[in-house]
Structure formats: C-alpha cells, structure tokens
Design a protein around this ligand. Sequence first.
Ligand SMILES: [Zn+2]
Length: 337
Amino acid sequence: MTKETGVNWICQACRQAPAVEDVRDDDPRQPYSLCHECADRLRHYALRPIEWFNLAALHGWTKFLLHDDFYDQNGEASQPDVDDYATDDMRAPTLEMCSGSLERLIDFCVTRWRLGKEEFEAFRPFATGTVLAAIEDRADAGNRQVWETMVQLCANVVGSPAAPWVRAQFERAWRDRSLFIWAEAAAKCLPAAEGLHKTIDALKTVQGRDLEKQMSALSWFGAPAVLDWIEARLPRQDVTASWGQLASVSDLNWSRVQSWLASGRPLSLVAIDALVSFIPRQGQARILTNLDPKLKGCGDRSMIVHALRTYEAQDGAPRVATKCSFIIQHVNELRTE
Ligand SMILES: [Zn+2]
C-alpha cells in the first residue's frame, strides 16, 4: 500500500488526521503510517485506546510497540512513557459495538489476545460466503498474526465452505511454523482424514524437540490414528509429557492405556502422562481446557489405581512415583466417559 494509491492518506491510528510519517521500528516491511501526534504517542507507549485498537486491527497486537506489556486488551496504556497520559475518553469499541459491521467485527477479533465463543457467535448474522470472502481478503493483506486469526475464524465460524481456502493455506502454515493453528481449521473445515494425513505427512521430516512442539497440531483431530502415530514416532528416551497430553486428546481408551503400561517404557510413561491430562487442574495446557478430553472405556476407576500400583512396583523412578500418586489421589476427578 502506498500513498499514491490513496490507501494510506489517513493516519492508521486516529483515522482522522493525514498520515505524514512511516514508523518502521517494528517491521520495515509493514510500517505504521501515522500523523505526527500518533507517531509520537506510539513511540512513548501512550496511544489512546481507540488508536491502539485501530493499529492492532491492522498490524495485530504482538508487534513490540503494541504488545500486552504496554497496553491492556481495551487499549489502555499500562506503562506510558509520558507524564500526562490520558485516554481522553477515546475508548476502543466493545464486541457489541463492533457486531453490526463485519469489517469491524474482524478488526475486533484481530485485537483479542484470544478468541472464544462470544466472538464466534457474533458472526452468526452474516452470510457464510460474505464472511469467508472478508476473511480471505484480510488474510491476504495481513501479517502472520492477522493470518492466524483468519484461520481460526475459518475453523470456528465458517467450517466446510472454507475447505478450498484452508487447503491452499497449508504451504504458508508450514513455512511460518503455524501448523498448530492451521490444523484446527483442517480438522473443522476439510473432509475427515484429509487434514490429519496432511499433518502427519508434514511431521515426517521433523525430529526431536521440534517434533514435540509441532506435533500438538495433531491434537485437533481427536483421532485414534494419532495413537498409532505416537507408537511409531515415540523416542526411546527423554519422553516429555507432551506425548501423553497428545494421547489424551486422541480418543484414548482404557484398553490402550493398559497395554502401554504393560509394555513398559517408553509407552508406559505416555500412558501415565495421559492419565494426568484427564484430571483438570490449574495451569494445565490451554488445549486441554479447550478440548476437555475424557478416558474412554473405563467403567471402574479402581482398575486405574490397581494398574498404577502394579506398574509402580516395577518402575520406582521418582517421576513415576510422583505422577502415579497424583493420579491416585485425584482419581475421582479423572474425566471418563
Ligand atoms: Zn493520528
């Protein structure tokens, strides 16, 4: 976008005064186009809420000058580098205020630290095709954070009509290391199995710690095929809790847990971490709160206690003892179905 096209004649923050300077501090490829006053306030972490909102809607809020150390989610500066900071009652719009305009609603979503049911439901009055077209335009024009928000909206607002677009976004997701974000949309918009296979294929070339980070993308599919994948890809040593967490959201049933416990390390460690994941607790991974996984096919919780006591008798490692005693202590809270 250039001034010649007329797009940036207006300051991106106040959207009233003419834009007269580009602030390139965060990203030279996507500068902020601003009036002098807004540029000054931006550099001093002292934007008024509506100015922060307007900028975050275009640039996302993860850029340094806009991020959550300096502003709360309503756009109020939390550590302005000026003596006389005032919001001057220039508040950022609420979800309710944005919900009459599709463009403003999308703006609002880009400014959120995380999206939830309330935001998704606000799209209901708009026709799916119109929403999808608006999402595609924003994603094309936006940076990585904007793109990620659009992919999340596709997953939670559009669904299967977004399949061709979601399919076409795979390359960008892979290049930008956003497989986790893409996989949610793949699970919710693409025909069953397509997204899962594509994700499994992508992970073929990934190893070690990188695999442990990226494999969380498989969480969205809730598929027992992921349990087979875990068996095939699990390292012999240094098994982190992320493997058990992934197993817990992949339609895990008690008979598989029993067979993993019986097979010993490393699968027994995955079984124990998965059981821990079925117990809701403070500070657990957000994906667990989100997906609320439950252990299938276990009619009697005393079987879990018995199986863990039997396993502990053969594997006395402190890690095992601590986790087994946690599960046994909280066995009545363990989510089953
Ligand atoms: Zn301005």
